[in-house]
Structure formats: C-alpha cells, structure tokens
Write a protein that binds this ligand. Structure first.
Ligand code: UD1
Ligand code: CA
Length: 450
C-alpha cells in the first residue's frame, strides 16, 4: 500500500521570538525541517508534502525541489494544515503519515512502527503517544475503561483531572487516506477557533472504529521545539546521539560534553577526538587521526593519520600523515600534501603545500603553490596583495626559504634555490640560486641537490 508523508510546518513559532521561521532554526548543523524530512524519506517514502505558511519562501528556498509544497495561507489549525496537502497528494487510498517539522528527534524507526501498526489496524488511524512526567503542553490521551483510546484533549480544554494524565499525544500519526480526507472536512471548530487534527481521534471512536496507539520508546523523540530552551535541549539530545553513533562506529571521543560534531560530519575508525573540538559542515576525517584539543574544522577534508592540535580551519584539504599545530589557521583553499608539517602560528590560504614541506613557525602563505620538501623558515610571508590584486607565488621542490623572508608576489622560485634570512625577494629566483638581502640579489649558484 502506498505511503505518503505530510510534514506540518506552517505555524509561526511565536515563542521562538525570531524573524526566522521556526523550522529553519538549526540543531547540530541542520535546520529542524531537515530532520523531519529525512526521517520519513528513510522509510522509502517518495511523496512528501511540506505544509508551509509563515516564512514559506524561506522554507522552500532551503528545501528546494526535494519535496512537494502545500501552502496554508491562514493557520487555522493542524487539521486545516493537513487538508491543505490534499490536492498536492491527490491520493484517495493508501496511508498518510503526518508529522511536524518541529520534531527533529523523531526517528525513522518509530515512524516505521506507526506505519506497520496501521497496516494491521482495522481502524482508520494509529497515533504516537508518550508517557512523560513533564506534559510540556501536549494533548492528553483519554482512554476508556477497556483501555481503548477515546480522544485527545488539548491542554487548554482539559479538566483538572484530565490535566493530571501523563500519557500524551506526541503529534505523529498514520492515517488511512480516504478516511482522513472525508473526516477532515467534517471536523468541528475547536473552542480556540482552530481545526484540531486531534479531533480525528474522537471522530473515529464515534464511528465505532478502533484507534491504535504506538508508545514512543525514548521520550526524547517526542520533543517538539517551541522555544529556544527546547532548541538547546534538542541540540544536546541530538549531539549525544551523533557522538554515540560515532563511538559505536569506532571513534574515540575523550570528553563528549565538550565535543561538538554536526550531523553531516564523517569520521574514520580509530580516530581520537580530544576535548573542545568543534567539527562542522561537510567535514570528513580519515582513520587513525588525533584531532584537538581545541580544534575547529568547518567543511574540511582530512586524510588518515593526521595530528591536528589547536587549529581553526575551513574549506581546507589535508592529506594523509599531516602534523599541524598548535595554533594553526587554514583558510579556504588551503591544501596540505602528505607528510606536511605545520608548527605554531601559521596561516595558509588558497595555497598548496607539496609532500613533506615544513612550515615550522609564524608564517603566512597565500595564493602560493609550493613543491615537495620545501623548508619555509620562521616568519616567512607571501606578500600576495598589492592593495588591489592578489598575486601568485610559485616555489619549486627542495627550496630553502630562510627565516623572515618576504616573498613579494608575483614570484617564482626555482627548484633547490635558497633565500637568506631577512631577504625581501622581489624578482624571480632561478633553480639552485641563493639570494640574500633587501631587495634580494643572487649570491652564488647552489649545487643542485645540496
Ligand atoms: C499539537 C497537538 C497536541 C500534541 C502536540 C505534540 C493539535 C491540535 N495538537 O499541539 O495534541 O500533543 O502537537 O507536539 O494538533 N501547524 C500548521 N498549521 C496550523 C497549525 C499548526 O502547519 O494551522 C503546524 C505547526 O507549524 C507545527 C505543527 O503543526 O509544526 C503542530 O502545531 P502546534 O501549534 O505546535 O501544535 P501543538 O500546540 O504543539
Ligand atoms: Ca508544537
């Protein structure tokens, strides 16, 4: 039987106090709506309709064409929102899974269970329930003497006795499509002036049809985000989930509470992550690395056997067996070849450092292409900017750059050349040449291979 998914995301999220639509607030690197879409997609559901309203353009701009959209112009309640998806789905039979865009912790496994239970249910719907000490404003699940679900009463309408009920409506459902469309059109208006999706439950019971309930295994899964306090709680819970997955896959995390790893990051086996490390975006790390303490990497590709201590790096590529830090900065376009060594206080931007090149102390390398086994002395600077344009520096294999050399670009230094300490190099240097002074002049020809 065909299953489609409707994800509700039209609400304003007033309590977030934000200009950003609620479902675009992020946890662990992705907006809330991403997790909701991923969970139902993981079941193999192709047809996903996201109901948008407040901030619809921003939500659509983020999700693009991976989902369908239904616009709910006025937010007249959750039942009204589901009905808005009807036309888009054009589905008269099959099952419809309804979830909210603000429930990022709900897993595909739980949704699968909802669908599986509904497949065997003779009644028109299966709902997700959670038993929790803190009711969080959720609707209360009312059961009859035979334990059958009778209704969901919203907190605002609940009697003092009903308020004490700790079995709550988690807000995810699997409906028989034909029954759903027919029922939604005939729901009463609630005292709050909204059409409540939860009133479908009483409607089924009135027709003598059974409502099935699936109890969520982990209370956290049912967490809906209404405030930034909830957002931080969900962030912590999702973070723990990500770290647990990594640890189970063979990554050592010395101190999980001080380690932040976004959901999109990939890390190889036997890599050790030291405290105060923040790995973000599309970062990938190979096997057997030691990362941190105190490292921030965003959108970086790091090979195997790398040691990276106290670095701040973004959009950089680091090949195998690189050893870096402390206090290294790699900016966009930095690319370190295998066995590169970078010591303290180095910055690299838009540059390639060839295999085995060493840059021990206090250097800035920008817009440069550097060969293999080059020694970049302490304090070396590529003067790559003339106030208007960036210029390139090209350095051949086995070059020795003396301490405190200023490399005034555009500049090419041939293989096996050397510069003296304090040289200001303004002209190209030939292969094997030794230049010294300010501005640098040739001293003698070095023996090739020296
Ligand atoms: C809803 C349930 C409540 C349940 C809780 C779980 C109803 C009436 N109540 O309450 O029983 O315990 O979820 O989290 O369904 N939305 C729209 N259009 C609307 C109204 C809402 O798209 O007109 C969307 C919201 O953006 C949100 C979701 O539907 O993603 C749920 O709406 P919300 O107002 O948060 O419902 P709750 O009060 O949390
Ligand atoms: Ca909610």
């Amino acid at each position: 039987m065909k299953v489609a998914s409707v994800i509700l995301a039209a609400g304003k999220g007033t309590r977030m106090r934000s200009d950003l639509p609620k479902v675009l607030h992020k946890i662990c690197g992705y907006p809330l709506i991403h997790y909701a879409c991923e969970a139902s997609r993981a079941l193999g559901i192709q047809e996903q309709v996201v109901v948008v309203g407040h901030g619809s353009q921003q939500v659509q701009a983020y999700l693009g064409d991976q989902v369908l959209y239904a616009l709910q112009e006025q937010q007249l309640g959750t039942a009204h929102a589901v009905l808005a998806a009807r036309e888009m789905l054009a589905m008269d039979e099959g099952l419809i899974l309804v979830t909210s865009g603000d429930m990022p912790l709900l897993t595909a496994q739980t949704l699968q269970e909802l669908v599986s239970v509904q497949r065997t249910n003779s009644g028109p719907l299966t709902m997700l329930v959670v038993t929790a000490d803190d009711p969080r404003g959720f609707g209360r699940v009312i059961r009859g003497s035979d334990a059958q679900v009778l209704a969901v009463v919203e907190e605002a309408q609940a009697s003092p006795d009903q308020l004490k009920i700790r079995e709550l409506n988690a807000g995810a459902y699997c409906f028989d499509a034909a029954w759903l469309w027919q029922t939604l059109e005939n729901l009463p208006l609630s005292p709050k002036g909204e059409y409540y999706l939860t009133d479908t439950i009483a409607a089924a019971v009135e027709q003598g049809k059974p409502v099935a309930a699936v109890s969520v295994a982990d209370e956290l899964e049912s967490m809906g985000i209404n405030t930034r306090i909830h957002l931080a709680e969900a962030e912590a819970a999702m973070q723990q989930r990500i770290l647990n997955q990594l640890m189970l896959a063979g990554v050592t995390i010395i101190n999980p509470p001080s380690t932040y790893i976004e959901a999109s990051v990939r890390i190889g086996q036997d890599t050790i992550i030291y405290p105060n490390t923040f790995l973000r975006g599309e970062t990938q790390i190979g096997k057997n690395c030691e990362i941190g303490p105190n490292t921030i990497a965003t959108d970086c590709k790091i090979g195997n056997q790398c040691k990276i201590l106290a670095a701040v790096m973004e959009k950089a590529i680091v090949e195998d067996s690189v050893d870096m830090g402390p206090f290294v900065r790699l900016r966009k376009g930095a690319h370190l070849g295998e066995h590169v060594h970078m010591g303290n206080f180095g910055e690299v931007k838009d540059s390639y450092l060839g295999e085995g090149t060493k840059m021990g102390h206090f250097s800035y390398i920008g817009n440069a292409t550097i060969g293999k086994n080059v020694n970049i002395g302490a304090g070396t600077i590529t003067c790559n900017y003339d106030g208007q344009h960036k210029h390139a520096t090209i350095i051949g294999d086995n070059v020795f750059i003396g301490s405190d050399t200023m490399l005034v670009a555009p500049l090419t230094i041939g293989k096996n050349a050397s510069t003296g300490a304090g040289a200001v190099v303004t002209h190209d240097v030939r292969e094997g040449e030794v230049v010294v002074g300010v501005p640098a002049k040739a001293l003698r020809k070095k023996n090739i291979g020296e």
